[in-house]
Design a protein around this ligand. Structure first.
Ligand code: S3P
Length: 437
């Protein structure tokens, strides 16, 4: 049976909150450590549903991965792989599916990937098209999962490849880069706005020949990767639920330590600050090639804003929670050119617009965005559903805490485990009146 959160309005958030490891970096660390020469230790790995799928996929091709000391993961990199015995299940994870299909194609491994209900509807042509143009044989059923790679030693036949992505996407960029890693070719990818660059940074750490110029990345394939230990920062996307909650719930004051603030991920901080949030970035430091900081957030009155295009890819996963901030802000928040949000774990524009409306907030939906007029969040008699989307579940929990009175019941919340397994305990310990049923 589906699990529910029941959240009572009120309370306040106080204290130091431990945010789990970054999901994007965790996927990439497992993949690169698996194919490098030597043993790599990964510290601070996110052990969530999505990441565990990537771990299982690498084990399925014969990579030996074991638990190290102090919660670290020890990955024994290898260059000899076996064909997986069974189709590979990647659950709810678009990152696992899109990156692994590129990686396995490049490694010349035949495999079939499939996912859960939500992932099975998400667009996959964006990765199968460029992979096929490169010369790989990758099939999908009408542009969605399952995806099938038929390996035919194509890697020797690859030519240099230039690809201009129609939409900025770190998943597509990373898929192509992983597929090109072992060929003796030059691959250049450009995108309209910069998307997250964890793959580029980590490729460099593991010894790949990769160069970045503006929004263009060039990889010269064929260089051997060497083992590298990875320290995974705390995930800014998971931290964003606490940032917004502390901003909109009166008398809150929280600190989150060692949160990744990579400039290709920090859109949420810029946008919330523009709305008037009281956020201080303290103790900024390096964490390998990434940058981390301690983030302190205190409640502050927010104002509606016009969201500029440049922030869309820098805050791509934070829009559901940003819409909650907008619902509590004074005036109108306006977002356009963001139809990508309709292709995430759920249609995040439609689902959030409808949920906020049920909670007494005026929203107008557009094909590529939304207008939200801030007001008073009120309880609804209806049970709201998370639509197989972890970020919808967590965003609506925060909205419920900010309601004027009453409580909210939210269904389908098991999906939260795909990125933030301890969300409900962490929120509860910080001051949210949340129970799991
Ligand atoms: C991710 C990239 C983003 C993001 C996803 C994680 C990644 O997707 O939405 O949650 O780890 O590369 P797109 O790059 O397709 O926008």
């Amino acid at each position: 049976m589906s699990k529910h959160f029941v959240i009572e309005s009120g309370g306040k958030l106080r204290g130091e909150i431990k945010i789990p490891g970054d999901k994007s970096i965790s996927h990439r660390a497992i993949m690169l450590a698996s194919i490098a020469q030597g043993n790599s230790q990964i510290n601070g790995l996110l052990r969530s549903g999505d990441v565990l799928c990537t771990l299982a996929a690498m084990r399925a091709i014969g990579v030996h991965i074991e638990e190290g000391t102090d919660g670290a993961l020890l990955v024994h990199g290898t260059q000899s792989y076996r064909t997986p015995l069974e189709p590979i299940y990647v659950g709810n994870s678009g990152t696992a599916m899109r990156l692994l299909v590129g990686l396995f194609a490049g490694l010349n491994i035949s495999a079939k990937f499939y996912g859960d209900e939500s992932l099975s509807t998400r667009p996959m042509k964006r990765v199968t098209d460029p992979l096929c143009s490169m010369g790989f044989i990758v099939k999908s059923s009408e542009g969605t999962a399952p995806l099938i790679i038929e390996s035919q030693n194509q890697i020797e036949d690859l030519n240099d490849f230039n690809y201009s992505m129609p939409i900025s996407s770190a998943q597509v960029k990373s898929c192509i880069l992983l597929a090109s890693l072992f060929s003796q070719t030059r691959t250049t990818i450009s995108e309209p706005f910069k998307s997250r660059n964890h793959t580029e940074l980590m490729f460099k750490d593991f010894g790949a020949d990769i160069r970045v110029k503006g929004n263009e990345v060039t990889l010269v394939g064929g260089k051997k990767l060497l083992a590298h230990d990875v320290q995974v920062p705390s995930d800014i996307s998971s931290a964003s639920f606490f940032m917004v909650a502390a901003s909109i719930i009166p008398d809150s004051d929280i600190t989150m330590k060692r949160v990744g603030i990579n400039s290709t991920r920090d859109g949420i901080i810029h946008l919330l600050k523009k709305m008037g949030a009281d956020i201080s970035i303290e103790n900024k430091r390096h964490c390998g090639s990434e940058i981390v900081a301690d983030i302190r957030v205190r409640s502050a009155p927010l104002n509606g804003i016009m969201i500029e295009n440049q922030y869309i890819s820098l805050a791509i996963d934070e829009f559901p929670i940003l819409f909650v901030a907008a619902a509590c802000a004074k005036g109108k928040t306006k977002l356009r050119n963001a139809s990508e949000l309709r292709t995430k774990e759920s249609d995040r524009i439609a689902i959030m617009a409808q949920a906020l409306q049920k909670m007494n907030i005026k929203t107008t939906e557009y094909e590529d965005g939304i207008d939200i007029i801030g007001g008073t969040l009120k309880p609804t008699d209806q049970i709201l559903d998370s639509h197989n989307d972890h970020r919808i579940a967590m965003s609506l929990s925060v909205a419920a805490m900010a309601m004027k009175s009453g409580s909210l019941k939210l269904s389908g919340v098991e999906t939260v485990a795909s990125s933030f397994p301890n969300f409900h305990t962490n929120m509860h310990n910080a001051g949210m009146k949340i129970t799991l049923q």
